[in-house]
Design a protein. Structure first.
Lengths: 572, 166
C-alpha cells in the first residue's frame, strides 16, 4: 500500500518504539503535523525550539531511550542547534527532525530556508537531507541506529516539504547497511590482561568514571569492580550517580560510601583530586579527560599509569597520553575485568589497600565540603542539602550551568544512574528546566527538581507554560544571588573584582512570574523558611518555582584555577 | 621520528560517494585546527565509492587524532595511514611557461628531460603537462621558473598502497 511521506514518518517512529516527540510546527512540517492526530504518538508542544531539543535530551538521559524532536525549517531548525550541540558534547542519543523547503527551492534563499545540514554538521554524530521519499524509511532507521549505538549522539534528519508530501510503498528495512560504521564493542582480552596485571600491583589505584558508565548501563559492574579491587571511585560531572555517594547504615542513617571520593576536577572534592594526584594506577572508564577535569595536563596524575576504557577511539590519548588503551563498550570491559579479578583475586587485598584507604579517609576528614549556615541569610549549599534531605535523595535532578550546577553536584548525594541531568560538555545555561520537563514526561510520578540560578532560569523560562499545560509537576529551585554567580566568582578571583555585566539586580518577581504562568510560586528569604517552602513544593502536584534569596557573594569551593594542577585547590 | 616533529604526511580516505562527504572531511580539518596541504578526490572503479588523498602536517599525536577522527566519520569506509604502509604517489601539473624564440628550445629540452608533454602552443607560451612525485614536480618548476612561469595548476597528490610482493 502506498503511503505519504508524512505517514511513513510516523510508521517508522512507531517501529522505533517512539512514544513521545517534542516539537513546534511551521510551514515546512505541516504535512507531518497533519498526521499527528492519527499517529498514536504523543506530541509535546514547546514554546521555543531550543526547549524541544533539551526536552528530548532530558527524556533520553533519564530513560536511556532515543529522544525525538520535530521542528520546522529555517529559524525552527537553527533554534535547535544549541540543544543539538549540548547533546553532542554529552553523547546523548537523540534524533532531530527538521522541516525543509521543497527540494526545487533548496539553494534559492527561499522563505525560512537554511542549510541546517551544513550548520549542524560539526555538532551531530551524523546528519541527512532526504531528497527522495523512497529513502525516507531507510534514513530514519539509520538515524535511530546511529543515535543509540556506539558512542551515542544526536542525528539530524532534514525533510523537504515535497518529500513528505510524496507517496511510496512503505517498507521498513530490517537492518542497516553502514559499511563505514562498526563501533568496537568487545574489549580486547590481551589489553584487559595487561591492564589487570598493572592493577594487581597497584598500591594506590583510583577508578575515574565518566558519563560512559551511565550510557552503557554498567553502574553495577563499576561498584562490583571497585569492591573487588578495594579501589576508590571518583566521577566526572557526567558520571554523577553511577556510583552511590552514600550507603544506608544498619540503624537507617546514611553515611558516605567508604570508596566514594566525590567528583574530581575544577570544583572536585579535596580527596578526589588528591587521590588522583597520588594514584599509581588510574583507570578511566567512559571518561574523556576534559580540561575541567585535568587542570594542567602536564601535572595530571603524575605518578599514575593510566588505563583508559572508551568506546570512542578518538577519546583515547587525545588529551592525556594513555599507557593501556582499551577500546570497547564500558560494560563489556568491566565484565571482563570482574571475571579476571574473581579468577585471580589480589592476595592480601585488604592489608595491601589499608594505607591508601586510610590516607583517603584522612583527606576526607580534614577537608570536608563545608559551609556555615549562620545568621539571617540563606546559604545556597544549605538549600541543596535540604532538597536532598527532604526527598530522601529520591529525585531526578537537573541543573542549569554555573554555581547552581556545582553545588548540586557537591551537596546532592546521588545513588542511582540517570538521576543527574546536567549540561557538562557544552555548559548550556537554560538546559535545566526543559530537561526536567523531558524527564518528567518519561517519569510522571517521580520527583524532578531543576536546581537553577537566577541567571540561567531566565534563558528558557518560557517552557514553564509547557510544564503547566501538560500537567508536568516539575520543581524549580532558584538559588537567587542576584548575580551570574560563577562568572562573578571568576571576576572576584582573577579579574580584580570588576563585576562587569554580572549583576542581575534587575530581575523579575519570580513568585509573580510563576503565578502568571499558572505555576505555584514560593519564596524563602530566611534560613528557617527554606524547609517549609520545600515541603510545600513537594506536596503539591503542580509545577512550582521556588525562589531562595541566597547569599550574593558565596563562592564554589574547592576551586582549581584554570591551567593549574588539580592539587592546587583554593579551599575557601 | 621525534614525537613532536611536524611532518608532511599523506593519508588516503575511501569514502561513500554521497553529497556532503567532502564537506565532512574538510570541516573536520578546519573545525579541529588540522592543516590540509592538498587534497584530491575522484570516483573509484567501484560504484558509489570515492577516494580522497590528502596531505597534512602535524606531529605524531596530531596525525593519530586525524586518522582516528577520519575513521569516526560515518561515510568513511577506510583510512590508509601511509605512515605504516608503503605507497606510490603521483601528481600532475599544467605549467604555462613563457616560450619566446630565444627560450623555446630550452623549454622543450627541459620537458624532454622530465618526460613532460607540450599540450598547448601559442606564439609566446607553451603549456606543459608533467606527472611525477613531489620532488620531480618541484624540480621542473624550479627550472621553468627561471624561464618564466605564467600560470600553474597542480592536481595535488593521488596515492595508493603498494601491492604486496609475491
Amino acid at each position: 500500500m502506498k503511503m505519504k511521506g508524512a505517514q511513513i514518518f510516523f510508521e517508522c517512529l512507531k517501529k522505533e518504539g517512539v512514544e513521545v516527540i517534542f516539537g513546534f510546527p511551521g510551514g515546512a512540517v505541516l504535512d507531518i503535523y497533519n498526521e499527528i492526530p492519527n499517529s498514536g504518538i504523543r506530541h509535546i508542544l514547546v514554546r521555543h525550539e531550543q526547549g524541544a531539543a533539551h526536552m528530548a535530551d532530558g527524556y533520553a538521559r533519564a530513560t536511556g531511550r532515543v529522544g525525538v524532536c520535530l521542528v520546522t525549517s529555517g529559524p525552527g531548525a537553527t533554534n535547535t542547534v544549541t540543544g543539538i550541540a549540548t547533546a553532542y558534547l554529552d553523547s546523548v542519543p537523540m534524533v532531530v527532525f527538521t522541516g525543509q523547503v521543497p527540494t526545487a527551492l533548496i539553494g534559492n534563499d527561499a522563505f525560512q530556508e537554511v542549510d541546517i545540514v551544513g550548520i549542524s554538521r560539526p555538532c551531530t554524530k551524523h546528519n541527512y537531507l532526504v531528497k527522495d521519499v523512497n529513502d525516507l524509511a531507510r534514513v530514519i532507521k539509520e538515524a535511530f541506529y546511529l543515535a543509540r549505538t556506539g558512542r551515542p549522539g544526536p542525528v539530524l534528519v532534514d525533510l523537504p516539504k515535497d518529500v513528505v508530501q510524496a507517496s511510496t510503498e512503505f517498507r521498513y528495512p530490517k537492518r542497516v547497511d553502514l559499511p563505514g560504521y562498526r563501533p568496537t564493542v568487545e574489549a580486547h582480552m590481551g589489553q584487559i590482561k595487561r591492564a589487570y596485571q598493572l592493577i594487581r600491583k597497584a598500591r594506590n589505584p583510583v577508578l575515574y568514571a565518566g558519563g560512559g558508565v551511565i550510557l552503557s548501563g554498567c553502574s553495577d559492574e563499576l561498584i562490583r569492580l571497585s569492591e573487588l579491587l578495594q579501589a576508590p571511585v571518583t566521577t566526572t560531572l557526567m558520571g554523577m550517580g553511577c556510583f552511590p555517594a552514600v550507603v544506608k547504615q544498619q540503624d537507617g542513617s546514611t553515611d558516605l560510601h567508604p570508596l566514594w571520593l566525590g567528583m574530581l576536577g575544577m570544583h572536585g572534592t579535596y580527596r578526589a583530586n588528591m587521590a588522583v594526584q597520588h594514584s599509581d594506577v588510574l583507570v578511566a572508564v567512559g571518561a574523556r579527560f576534559d580540561d575541567r577535569v585535568t587542570g594542567k595536563i602536564a601535572g595530571f596524575a603524575p605518578k599514575a599509569k593510566i588505563i583508559h576504557i572508551d568506546i570512542d577511539p578518538t577519546s583515547i590519548s587525545k588529551n592525556v597520553p594513555v599507557d593501556i588503551p582499551i577500546v570497547g563498550d564500558c560494560k563489556n570491559a568491566l565484565e571482563r575485568f570482574i571475571a579476571m579479578a574473581e579468577e585471580e583475586p589480589i592476595e592480601g587485598l585488604h592489608e595491601l589497600r589499608a594505607p591508601w584507604l586510610k590516607q583517603i579517609d584522612e583527606w576526607r576528614r580534614t577537608h570536608k565540603l563545608a559551609y556555615k549556615q549562620e545568621g539571617e541569610v540563606i546559604k545556597p549549599q544549605f538549600v541543596v542539602e535540604k532538597l536532598y534531605e527532604l526527598c530522601d535523595g529520591d529525585a531526578i535532578i537537573t541543573t542549569e550551568v554555573g554555581q547552581n550546577q556545582m553545588w548540586a553536584a557537591q551537596f546532592f548525594h546521588l545513588t542511582k544512574p540517570r538521576s543527574f541531568l546536567s549540561s557538562g560538555g557544552l555548559g548550556t545555561m537554560g538546559y535545566g528546566l526543559p530537561a526536567a520537563i523531558g524527564a518528567q514526561v518519561a517519569f510522571p510520578d517521580r520527583l524532578v527538581i531543576d536546581i537553577a540560578g537566577d541567571g540561567s532560569i531566565q534563558m528558557n523560562i518560557q517552557e514553564l507554560i509547557t510544564a503547566v499545560c501538560n500537567d508536568l509537576p516539575v520543581k524549580v529551585a532558584i538559588l537567587n544571588n542576584r548575580f551570574l554567580g560563577m562568572v562573578r566568582q571568576w571576576q572576584e578571583l582573577f579579574y580584580d573584582r570588576v563585576y562587569c555585566a554580572t549583576c542581575l539586580d534587575a530581575a523579575p518577581d519570580f513568585v509573580k512570574l510563576a503565578d502568571a504562568y499558572g505555576a505555584v510560586g514560593l519564596r524563602a528569604t530566611r534560613p528557617e523558611e527554606v524547609e517549609p517552602v520545600i515541603r510545600e513544593a513537594f506536596a503539591v502536584r503542580r509545577p512550582v518555582l521556588m525562589e531562595f534569596v541566597v547569599e550574593a557573594e558565596e563562592g564554589v569551593y574547592p576551586m582549581v584555577p584554570a591551567g593549574k594542577d588539580i592539587s592546587e585547590m583554593l579551599l575557601v | 621520528m621525534e614525537k613532536n616533529d611536524k611532518q608532511k604526511h599523506t593519508i588516503g580516505v575511501l569514502v561513500e560517494n554521497q553529497p556532503g562527504v567532502l564537506s565532512r572531511v574538510a570541516g573536520l580539518f578546519s573545525g579541529r585546527g588540522f592543516n590540509i596541504e592538498c587534497l584530491t578526490v575522484a570516483e573509484t572503479h567501484e560504484p558509489g565509492l570515492s577516494r580522497i588523498t590528502l596531505v597534512t602536517t602535524g606531529d605524531q599525536h596530531i596525525l593519530e587524532q586525524i586518522v582516528k577522527q577520519l575513521n569516526k566519520l560515518i561515510n568513511v569506509i577506510k583510512v590508509y595511514d601511509f605512515r605504516e604502509i608503503e605507497f606510490v604517489d603521483r601528481e600532475m601539473a599544467l605549467i604555462k611557461v613563457r616560450a619566446e624564440p630565444a627560450t623555446r628550445a630550452e623549454v622543450l629540452r627541459i620537458s624532454d628531460i622530465f618526460r613532460a608533454k607540450v599540450v598547448d602552443v601559442s606564439p609566446n607560451y607553451y603549456t606543459i603537462e608533467v606527472t611525477g612525485n613531489e620532488t620531480k614536480i618541484g624540480a621542473i618548476l624550479e627550472l621553468l621558473g627561471q624561464i618564466g612561469i605564467v600560470e600553474l595548476a597542480r592536481t595535488g597528490k593521488a596515492a595508493l598502497a603498494r601491492a604486496k610482493k609475491n
